[in-house]
Design a protein around this ligand. Structure first.
Ligand code: DUC
Ligand code: ZN
Ligand code: ZN
Length: 473
Protein backbone atom coordinates (compact mmCIF):
# COMPACT_ATOMS: atom_id res chain seq x y z
CA UNK A 1 0.00 0.00 0.00
CA UNK A 2 1.49 3.31 -1.12
CA UNK A 3 2.63 6.32 0.82
CA UNK A 4 0.81 9.47 -0.20
CA UNK A 5 1.64 13.01 0.84
CA UNK A 6 -1.09 15.57 0.34
CA UNK A 7 0.55 19.00 0.30
CA UNK A 8 -0.73 22.53 0.85
CA UNK A 9 -4.40 21.75 1.45
CA UNK A 10 -6.74 23.37 3.95
CA UNK A 11 -7.92 20.77 6.44
CA UNK A 12 -11.46 21.08 7.74
CA UNK A 13 -12.49 19.20 10.84
CA UNK A 14 -15.70 19.47 12.84
CA UNK A 15 -14.10 22.21 14.94
CA UNK A 16 -11.13 23.72 13.08
CA UNK A 17 -9.91 24.90 9.69
CA UNK A 18 -6.15 25.03 9.11
CA UNK A 19 -3.46 24.77 6.49
CA UNK A 20 -1.41 21.53 6.75
CA UNK A 21 0.16 18.65 4.86
CA UNK A 22 -1.18 15.17 5.46
CA UNK A 23 0.80 11.93 5.16
CA UNK A 24 -0.92 8.63 4.45
CA UNK A 25 0.87 5.34 5.17
CA UNK A 26 -0.54 1.81 5.27
CA UNK A 27 -4.05 3.11 4.74
CA UNK A 28 -3.94 5.32 7.82
CA UNK A 29 -3.29 8.98 8.43
CA UNK A 30 0.31 8.91 9.65
CA UNK A 31 1.05 12.60 10.20
CA UNK A 32 -0.60 15.98 9.92
CA UNK A 33 1.72 18.98 10.02
CA UNK A 34 3.62 21.75 8.32
CA UNK A 35 6.14 21.16 5.51
CA UNK A 36 6.02 17.38 5.70
CA UNK A 37 8.33 15.35 3.49
CA UNK A 38 8.37 11.61 2.82
CA UNK A 39 10.79 9.85 0.54
CA UNK A 40 9.18 7.92 -2.28
CA UNK A 41 5.72 9.21 -1.48
CA UNK A 42 3.24 10.04 -4.19
CA UNK A 43 2.72 13.78 -3.85
CA UNK A 44 -0.77 15.19 -4.34
CA UNK A 45 -0.86 18.96 -4.55
CA UNK A 46 -3.98 20.29 -2.86
CA UNK A 47 -3.28 23.99 -3.03
CA UNK A 48 -6.61 25.85 -3.02
CA UNK A 49 -8.44 22.67 -2.02
CA UNK A 50 -10.10 21.53 1.19
CA UNK A 51 -9.32 18.19 2.81
CA UNK A 52 -12.21 16.72 4.76
CA UNK A 53 -12.95 13.36 6.37
CA UNK A 54 -14.79 11.03 3.99
CA UNK A 55 -18.53 11.35 4.38
CA UNK A 56 -20.46 8.91 6.53
CA UNK A 57 -24.06 8.36 5.52
CA UNK A 58 -25.75 6.64 8.45
CA UNK A 59 -28.97 5.88 6.60
CA UNK A 60 -29.23 4.08 3.26
CA UNK A 61 -31.35 1.22 1.91
CA UNK A 62 -29.50 -0.78 -0.73
CA UNK A 63 -31.06 -3.73 -2.53
CA UNK A 64 -34.17 -3.36 -0.35
CA UNK A 65 -37.20 -5.36 -1.44
CA UNK A 66 -40.31 -3.16 -1.49
CA UNK A 67 -43.74 -3.99 -2.89
CA UNK A 68 -43.08 -5.75 -6.21
CA UNK A 69 -39.59 -4.39 -6.73
CA UNK A 70 -36.29 -3.61 -5.09
CA UNK A 71 -34.38 -0.37 -4.47
CA UNK A 72 -32.33 0.12 -7.60
CA UNK A 73 -28.87 0.61 -6.07
CA UNK A 74 -27.21 -2.45 -4.62
CA UNK A 75 -24.13 -2.72 -2.42
CA UNK A 76 -21.87 -2.01 -5.38
CA UNK A 77 -23.73 0.66 -7.34
CA UNK A 78 -24.85 2.50 -4.21
CA UNK A 79 -21.33 2.44 -2.79
CA UNK A 80 -19.88 3.73 -6.04
CA UNK A 81 -22.44 6.54 -6.16
CA UNK A 82 -21.66 7.41 -2.56
CA UNK A 83 -17.93 7.54 -3.30
CA UNK A 84 -18.35 9.91 -6.25
CA UNK A 85 -20.27 12.17 -3.89
CA UNK A 86 -17.50 12.12 -1.26
CA UNK A 87 -18.96 9.48 1.07
CA UNK A 88 -16.69 6.61 2.13
CA UNK A 89 -18.87 4.84 4.72
CA UNK A 90 -22.54 3.93 4.58
CA UNK A 91 -24.86 2.15 6.97
CA UNK A 92 -27.94 0.27 5.90
CA UNK A 93 -30.49 -1.90 7.62
CA UNK A 94 -30.89 -5.62 8.26
CA UNK A 95 -34.42 -6.96 8.40
CA UNK A 96 -35.39 -9.45 11.12
CA UNK A 97 -37.08 -11.97 8.81
CA UNK A 98 -35.39 -14.98 10.46
CA UNK A 99 -36.17 -15.30 14.19
CA UNK A 100 -32.52 -16.33 14.63
CA UNK A 101 -31.18 -12.78 14.41
CA UNK A 102 -27.61 -13.68 13.50
CA UNK A 103 -28.80 -15.56 10.41
CA UNK A 104 -30.16 -12.28 9.05
CA UNK A 105 -26.74 -10.74 9.53
CA UNK A 106 -25.08 -13.62 7.69
CA UNK A 107 -27.58 -13.39 4.83
CA UNK A 108 -27.09 -9.66 4.23
CA UNK A 109 -23.32 -9.93 4.59
CA UNK A 110 -23.29 -12.72 2.01
CA UNK A 111 -25.02 -10.35 -0.43
CA UNK A 112 -23.07 -7.21 0.47
CA UNK A 113 -19.50 -8.34 1.18
CA UNK A 114 -18.53 -9.31 -2.39
CA UNK A 115 -20.03 -6.10 -3.79
CA UNK A 116 -18.97 -3.52 -1.21
CA UNK A 117 -16.82 -0.77 -2.70
CA UNK A 118 -16.64 1.49 0.37
CA UNK A 119 -16.73 0.68 4.08
CA UNK A 120 -20.09 -0.14 5.53
CA UNK A 121 -22.05 -1.39 8.45
CA UNK A 122 -25.60 -2.30 9.36
CA UNK A 123 -28.27 -1.27 11.80
CA UNK A 124 -30.75 -3.97 12.83
CA UNK A 125 -34.52 -3.46 12.38
CA UNK A 126 -36.47 -4.94 15.28
CA UNK A 127 -40.05 -5.44 14.10
CA UNK A 128 -40.99 -8.26 16.48
CA UNK A 129 -40.17 -8.00 20.15
CA UNK A 130 -40.36 -10.84 22.68
CA UNK A 131 -38.13 -12.53 25.26
CA UNK A 132 -36.35 -14.56 22.60
CA UNK A 133 -35.50 -11.43 20.63
CA UNK A 134 -34.47 -9.57 23.79
CA UNK A 135 -32.07 -12.40 24.65
CA UNK A 136 -30.46 -12.27 21.21
CA UNK A 137 -30.01 -8.50 21.05
CA UNK A 138 -26.72 -8.40 23.02
CA UNK A 139 -25.31 -11.15 20.77
CA UNK A 140 -25.46 -8.72 17.84
CA UNK A 141 -22.59 -6.81 19.43
CA UNK A 142 -20.26 -9.72 18.59
CA UNK A 143 -21.29 -9.23 14.97
CA UNK A 144 -20.31 -5.56 15.24
CA UNK A 145 -23.90 -4.35 15.25
CA UNK A 146 -24.69 -1.91 18.05
CA UNK A 147 -27.77 -0.10 16.75
CA UNK A 148 -31.40 -1.20 16.59
CA UNK A 149 -34.17 0.48 14.60
CA UNK A 150 -37.82 0.56 15.60
CA UNK A 151 -40.92 1.91 13.86
CA UNK A 152 -44.03 3.58 15.25
CA UNK A 153 -45.68 3.24 11.82
CA UNK A 154 -46.35 0.41 9.34
CA UNK A 155 -48.87 -1.41 11.57
CA UNK A 156 -48.87 -5.22 11.31
CA UNK A 157 -45.60 -5.09 9.42
CA UNK A 158 -42.77 -3.21 11.06
CA UNK A 159 -44.36 -1.37 13.98
CA UNK A 160 -43.70 -2.11 17.64
CA UNK A 161 -46.10 -1.04 20.38
CA UNK A 162 -44.98 1.65 22.81
CA UNK A 163 -44.50 -0.85 25.65
CA UNK A 164 -42.31 -2.98 23.41
CA UNK A 165 -40.25 0.04 22.38
CA UNK A 166 -39.86 0.95 26.06
CA UNK A 167 -38.56 -2.54 26.86
CA UNK A 168 -36.26 -2.57 23.84
CA UNK A 169 -34.84 0.83 24.81
CA UNK A 170 -33.96 -0.60 28.22
CA UNK A 171 -32.34 -3.76 26.82
CA UNK A 172 -30.37 -1.70 24.31
CA UNK A 173 -29.18 0.79 26.94
CA UNK A 174 -28.15 -1.99 29.30
CA UNK A 175 -25.73 -3.25 26.63
CA UNK A 176 -24.49 0.11 25.39
CA UNK A 177 -26.52 -0.08 22.20
CA UNK A 178 -28.37 2.77 20.53
CA UNK A 179 -32.03 2.63 19.47
CA UNK A 180 -33.10 4.46 16.32
CA UNK A 181 -36.69 5.37 15.59
CA UNK A 182 -38.87 6.00 12.53
CA UNK A 183 -41.41 8.36 14.10
CA UNK A 184 -44.89 8.58 12.55
CA UNK A 185 -48.35 7.61 13.84
CA UNK A 186 -49.19 4.23 12.30
CA UNK A 187 -52.77 4.09 13.64
CA UNK A 188 -53.81 7.43 12.13
CA UNK A 189 -52.07 6.62 8.83
CA UNK A 190 -54.00 3.36 8.51
CA UNK A 191 -57.37 5.07 9.05
CA UNK A 192 -56.60 7.86 6.57
CA UNK A 193 -55.22 5.53 3.89
CA UNK A 194 -58.31 3.34 4.12
CA UNK A 195 -60.59 6.41 3.79
CA UNK A 196 -58.60 7.80 0.85
CA UNK A 197 -58.74 4.51 -1.02
CA UNK A 198 -62.48 4.16 -0.33
CA UNK A 199 -62.98 7.65 -1.76
CA UNK A 200 -61.12 6.63 -4.93
CA UNK A 201 -58.08 8.89 -4.45
CA UNK A 202 -55.11 7.67 -6.42
CA UNK A 203 -52.65 10.59 -6.87
CA UNK A 204 -49.23 10.72 -5.20
CA UNK A 205 -50.18 13.67 -2.97
CA UNK A 206 -52.46 11.33 -1.01
CA UNK A 207 -49.33 9.64 0.26
CA UNK A 208 -48.53 12.87 2.10
CA UNK A 209 -52.14 13.72 3.00
CA UNK A 210 -52.57 10.37 4.74
CA UNK A 211 -49.41 10.82 6.84
CA UNK A 212 -50.09 14.12 8.65
CA UNK A 213 -47.20 16.13 10.04
CA UNK A 214 -48.75 16.02 13.51
CA UNK A 215 -48.25 12.25 13.54
CA UNK A 216 -44.50 12.75 13.21
CA UNK A 217 -44.46 15.61 15.74
CA UNK A 218 -46.30 13.53 18.31
CA UNK A 219 -44.22 10.41 17.61
CA UNK A 220 -40.94 12.33 18.04
CA UNK A 221 -42.06 13.50 21.47
CA UNK A 222 -43.37 10.01 22.26
CA UNK A 223 -39.99 8.52 21.36
CA UNK A 224 -38.13 11.07 23.45
CA UNK A 225 -40.49 10.47 26.39
CA UNK A 226 -40.03 6.70 26.14
CA UNK A 227 -36.26 7.19 26.02
CA UNK A 228 -36.42 9.44 29.08
CA UNK A 229 -38.47 6.88 31.00
CA UNK A 230 -36.14 4.06 29.95
CA UNK A 231 -33.07 6.21 30.68
CA UNK A 232 -31.82 5.20 27.25
CA UNK A 233 -30.34 7.03 24.26
CA UNK A 234 -32.47 7.42 21.14
CA UNK A 235 -31.73 8.62 17.60
CA UNK A 236 -34.70 9.83 15.53
CA UNK A 237 -34.15 9.16 11.83
CA UNK A 238 -35.17 11.33 8.88
CA UNK A 239 -36.77 14.24 10.76
CA UNK A 240 -39.10 16.09 8.39
CA UNK A 241 -41.23 18.54 10.39
CA UNK A 242 -40.79 21.86 12.16
CA UNK A 243 -42.74 20.55 15.13
CA UNK A 244 -40.52 17.48 15.33
CA UNK A 245 -37.45 19.71 15.60
CA UNK A 246 -39.22 21.72 18.32
CA UNK A 247 -39.87 18.49 20.25
CA UNK A 248 -36.26 17.37 19.78
CA UNK A 249 -35.05 20.70 21.09
CA UNK A 250 -37.42 20.55 24.06
CA UNK A 251 -36.40 17.00 24.98
CA UNK A 252 -32.68 17.79 24.66
CA UNK A 253 -33.15 20.85 26.87
CA UNK A 254 -34.70 18.55 29.46
CA UNK A 255 -31.57 16.41 29.34
CA UNK A 256 -33.10 13.52 27.43
CA UNK A 257 -30.45 11.56 25.50
CA UNK A 258 -32.18 12.03 22.18
CA UNK A 259 -30.48 12.87 18.89
CA UNK A 260 -31.87 13.71 15.47
CA UNK A 261 -31.07 13.11 11.82
CA UNK A 262 -32.51 14.95 8.88
CA UNK A 263 -32.00 14.40 5.15
CA UNK A 264 -31.47 16.91 2.32
CA UNK A 265 -34.90 16.29 0.81
CA UNK A 266 -36.53 17.80 3.91
CA UNK A 267 -34.51 21.00 3.49
CA UNK A 268 -35.59 21.77 -0.06
CA UNK A 269 -38.85 20.16 -1.11
CA UNK A 270 -42.49 20.45 -0.07
CA UNK A 271 -45.84 18.84 -0.81
CA UNK A 272 -46.00 21.12 -3.87
CA UNK A 273 -43.38 18.90 -5.51
CA UNK A 274 -45.52 15.82 -4.88
CA UNK A 275 -48.42 17.55 -6.67
CA UNK A 276 -46.43 17.83 -9.90
CA UNK A 277 -47.26 15.40 -12.74
CA UNK A 278 -44.00 13.60 -11.88
CA UNK A 279 -44.71 13.90 -8.14
CA UNK A 280 -44.00 10.20 -7.54
CA UNK A 281 -40.31 11.06 -7.80
CA UNK A 282 -40.66 12.77 -4.39
CA UNK A 283 -42.52 9.96 -2.62
CA UNK A 284 -40.80 8.75 0.50
CA UNK A 285 -41.75 8.19 4.11
CA UNK A 286 -42.01 10.39 5.98
CA UNK A 287 -43.08 12.86 3.28
CA UNK A 288 -41.91 16.36 2.52
CA UNK A 289 -44.03 19.02 4.22
CA UNK A 290 -44.02 22.83 3.81
CA UNK A 291 -41.62 25.75 3.47
CA UNK A 292 -41.84 26.54 7.20
CA UNK A 293 -40.70 22.99 7.89
CA UNK A 294 -37.72 23.39 5.51
CA UNK A 295 -36.76 26.57 7.33
CA UNK A 296 -37.08 25.12 10.83
CA UNK A 297 -34.93 22.15 9.85
CA UNK A 298 -32.24 24.50 8.48
CA UNK A 299 -32.45 26.36 11.78
CA UNK A 300 -32.07 23.05 13.66
CA UNK A 301 -28.83 22.48 11.75
CA UNK A 302 -27.59 26.03 12.21
CA UNK A 303 -28.10 25.88 15.99
CA UNK A 304 -26.94 22.24 16.41
CA UNK A 305 -30.31 20.91 17.60
CA UNK A 306 -29.86 18.19 14.97
CA UNK A 307 -26.83 15.88 14.93
CA UNK A 308 -26.58 14.37 11.44
CA UNK A 309 -27.60 14.68 7.82
CA UNK A 310 -28.18 11.22 6.34
CA UNK A 311 -30.03 10.50 3.13
CA UNK A 312 -32.47 7.57 3.54
CA UNK A 313 -31.14 6.74 0.05
CA UNK A 314 -33.64 4.23 -1.33
CA UNK A 315 -33.82 4.90 -5.07
CA UNK A 316 -36.34 3.60 -7.56
CA UNK A 317 -36.63 4.31 -11.25
CA UNK A 318 -39.25 6.92 -12.12
CA UNK A 319 -40.09 4.87 -15.23
CA UNK A 320 -38.93 1.34 -14.65
CA UNK A 321 -40.32 0.18 -17.98
CA UNK A 322 -37.37 1.85 -19.73
CA UNK A 323 -33.80 0.67 -19.40
CA UNK A 324 -30.86 2.88 -18.51
CA UNK A 325 -27.24 2.18 -19.29
CA UNK A 326 -25.16 1.38 -16.23
CA UNK A 327 -21.48 0.50 -16.75
CA UNK A 328 -22.25 -0.48 -20.35
CA UNK A 329 -25.18 -2.75 -19.48
CA UNK A 330 -28.88 -2.04 -20.02
CA UNK A 331 -30.68 -2.15 -16.68
CA UNK A 332 -34.40 -1.90 -16.03
CA UNK A 333 -35.95 -2.24 -12.57
CA UNK A 334 -39.66 -1.66 -11.82
CA UNK A 335 -40.11 1.67 -10.08
CA UNK A 336 -42.53 4.47 -9.34
CA UNK A 337 -44.82 3.52 -12.24
CA UNK A 338 -46.06 0.64 -10.07
CA UNK A 339 -48.16 3.21 -8.25
CA UNK A 340 -49.58 5.13 -11.18
CA UNK A 341 -53.13 4.04 -10.33
CA UNK A 342 -52.74 3.74 -6.57
CA UNK A 343 -50.60 5.98 -4.35
CA UNK A 344 -50.14 3.15 -1.83
CA UNK A 345 -48.25 1.15 -4.46
CA UNK A 346 -45.63 3.81 -5.26
CA UNK A 347 -42.33 2.44 -3.95
CA UNK A 348 -41.30 4.74 -1.10
CA UNK A 349 -37.86 6.21 -1.39
CA UNK A 350 -35.50 8.59 -3.15
CA UNK A 351 -31.98 8.67 -4.51
CA UNK A 352 -29.62 10.82 -2.44
CA UNK A 353 -26.40 9.14 -1.32
CA UNK A 354 -24.42 10.76 -4.14
CA UNK A 355 -26.09 14.15 -3.81
CA UNK A 356 -25.86 14.77 -0.06
CA UNK A 357 -22.47 16.42 0.31
CA UNK A 358 -22.39 18.57 -2.81
CA UNK A 359 -25.96 19.81 -2.31
CA UNK A 360 -25.38 20.56 1.37
CA UNK A 361 -22.12 22.34 0.57
CA UNK A 362 -23.65 24.67 -2.03
CA UNK A 363 -26.92 25.29 -0.24
CA UNK A 364 -25.50 25.24 3.28
CA UNK A 365 -21.91 26.44 3.25
CA UNK A 366 -21.74 28.57 0.09
CA UNK A 367 -25.05 30.26 0.97
CA UNK A 368 -23.85 30.95 4.52
CA UNK A 369 -26.31 28.77 6.45
CA UNK A 370 -23.64 26.39 7.81
CA UNK A 371 -19.96 26.77 8.56
CA UNK A 372 -17.55 24.39 6.82
CA UNK A 373 -16.93 22.83 10.25
CA UNK A 374 -20.63 22.20 10.77
CA UNK A 375 -20.70 20.63 7.31
CA UNK A 376 -18.00 18.16 8.39
CA UNK A 377 -19.76 17.49 11.69
CA UNK A 378 -23.09 16.77 9.97
CA UNK A 379 -21.76 14.73 7.08
CA UNK A 380 -19.10 12.72 8.90
CA UNK A 381 -17.77 13.34 12.40
CA UNK A 382 -21.02 13.24 14.35
CA UNK A 383 -22.14 10.00 12.72
CA UNK A 384 -18.76 8.42 13.52
CA UNK A 385 -19.20 9.40 17.17
CA UNK A 386 -22.85 8.41 17.51
CA UNK A 387 -22.40 5.07 15.77
CA UNK A 388 -19.22 3.90 17.47
CA UNK A 389 -16.70 4.46 14.65
CA UNK A 390 -14.79 7.40 16.10
CA UNK A 391 -11.83 8.03 15.81
CA UNK A 392 -11.27 5.26 13.24
CA UNK A 393 -13.60 7.24 10.96
CA UNK A 394 -14.87 10.80 10.86
CA UNK A 395 -11.63 12.64 11.60
CA UNK A 396 -8.28 13.50 10.02
CA UNK A 397 -6.19 12.57 13.07
CA UNK A 398 -3.01 10.47 13.01
CA UNK A 399 -4.03 6.82 13.42
CA UNK A 400 -7.42 7.27 11.75
CA UNK A 401 -8.33 5.49 8.53
CA UNK A 402 -7.23 7.61 5.59
CA UNK A 403 -10.77 8.10 4.30
CA UNK A 404 -10.79 11.58 2.93
CA UNK A 405 -12.05 13.90 0.27
CA UNK A 406 -10.06 16.51 -1.56
CA UNK A 407 -12.77 19.07 -2.16
CA UNK A 408 -12.56 21.69 -4.87
CA UNK A 409 -14.46 24.70 -3.48
CA UNK A 410 -14.23 26.57 -6.79
CA UNK A 411 -15.62 23.85 -9.03
CA UNK A 412 -18.90 24.91 -10.63
CA UNK A 413 -21.23 22.44 -12.28
CA UNK A 414 -24.79 21.87 -13.35
CA UNK A 415 -25.91 18.87 -11.34
CA UNK A 416 -28.29 16.08 -12.32
CA UNK A 417 -28.80 12.45 -13.21
CA UNK A 418 -25.90 12.46 -15.66
CA UNK A 419 -23.47 13.67 -13.01
CA UNK A 420 -24.58 11.59 -10.03
CA UNK A 421 -23.71 7.91 -10.33
CA UNK A 422 -26.89 6.61 -8.70
CA UNK A 423 -28.45 3.73 -10.62
CA UNK A 424 -31.76 5.35 -11.40
CA UNK A 425 -33.30 7.44 -14.17
CA UNK A 426 -33.79 10.75 -12.35
CA UNK A 427 -32.28 13.15 -9.87
CA UNK A 428 -34.17 15.41 -7.47
CA UNK A 429 -31.65 18.21 -8.00
CA UNK A 430 -31.75 18.16 -11.81
CA UNK A 431 -30.26 21.36 -13.26
CA UNK A 432 -29.15 22.81 -9.92
CA UNK A 433 -26.06 24.99 -10.19
CA UNK A 434 -23.49 23.80 -7.67
CA UNK A 435 -20.27 25.27 -6.41
CA UNK A 436 -17.87 22.88 -4.67
CA UNK A 437 -17.41 19.23 -5.50
CA UNK A 438 -15.16 16.26 -4.63
CA UNK A 439 -11.99 16.14 -6.71
CA UNK A 440 -10.40 13.02 -5.23
CA UNK A 441 -11.75 10.51 -2.74
CA UNK A 442 -9.59 8.10 -0.73
CA UNK A 443 -10.71 4.96 1.06
CA UNK A 444 -8.17 3.73 3.62
CA UNK A 445 -5.44 5.46 1.63
CA UNK A 446 -6.46 4.15 -1.79
CA UNK A 447 -7.73 6.70 -4.30
CA UNK A 448 -11.16 5.41 -5.38
CA UNK A 449 -12.35 8.51 -7.24
CA UNK A 450 -10.10 10.80 -9.24
CA UNK A 451 -12.17 13.47 -10.98
CA UNK A 452 -14.45 11.56 -13.34
CA UNK A 453 -12.46 8.35 -12.98
CA UNK A 454 -13.68 5.41 -10.92
CA UNK A 455 -10.76 3.55 -9.39
CA UNK A 456 -12.75 1.59 -6.81
CA UNK A 457 -13.45 -2.11 -6.91
CA UNK A 458 -16.14 -4.51 -5.85
CA UNK A 459 -15.18 -6.22 -2.60
CA UNK A 460 -12.76 -3.45 -1.58
CA UNK A 461 -15.16 -2.13 1.06
CA UNK A 462 -14.81 -3.54 4.56
CA UNK A 463 -17.59 -4.45 6.93
CA UNK A 464 -17.10 -2.30 10.03
CA UNK A 465 -17.59 -3.97 13.36
CA UNK A 466 -18.80 -1.11 15.50
CA UNK A 467 -18.28 -0.70 19.21
CA UNK A 468 -21.00 -0.32 21.86
CA UNK A 469 -21.12 2.54 24.39
CA UNK A 470 -20.70 5.19 21.73
CA UNK A 471 -21.07 8.86 22.54
CA UNK A 472 -24.39 10.59 22.94
CA UNK A 473 -23.80 14.02 21.52
N1 DUC B 1 -38.62 5.47 3.94
C1 DUC B 1 -38.60 5.42 2.61
O1 DUC B 1 -39.13 6.31 1.96
N2 DUC B 1 -37.99 4.38 2.02
C2 DUC B 1 -37.31 3.36 2.70
C3 DUC B 1 -37.56 3.29 4.14
C4 DUC B 1 -38.11 4.52 4.73
O2 DUC B 1 -38.12 4.69 5.93
ZN1 ZN C 1 -37.75 5.18 8.14
ZN1 ZN D 1 -34.98 4.66 5.94
Amino acid sequence: MGTILIKNGTLISATETYQADLLIQEGKIALVGQDLAAEGARIVDAVGKYIMPGGIDPHVHLDLAMFDTVSSDDHYTGHKAAAFGGTTTVMDFIEDKDPDLSRNVEALRAKADPKAAIDYSFHFNITTFNDRVAAQIPELIQEGITTLKVFTAYNNRLRLQDGEIFQLLRVAAEHGMLTMMHAENGDVIDVLVEEALQAGHTEPIWHASTRPAWGAVEAVLRGAALAAQADAPLYIVHMNTAGGIDQLQYAREQGVKVMGETCPQYLFFTEEHIKRPDGAKWICSPPMRGKADNERIWQGLADNTLQTVGTDHCPFFFDGTKAINYEGVEVKIPGKELGQDDFTKIPNGLPGVADRMAILWTEGVVKGRLTPNQFVAYTSTNAAKIFGLYPQKGTLAPGSDADLVIWDPEKKLKYGVNVAHQRTDYNLYEGWELQGYPEMVFLRGEPIVDGEKWLGKRGQGQFLKRKPNAEVI
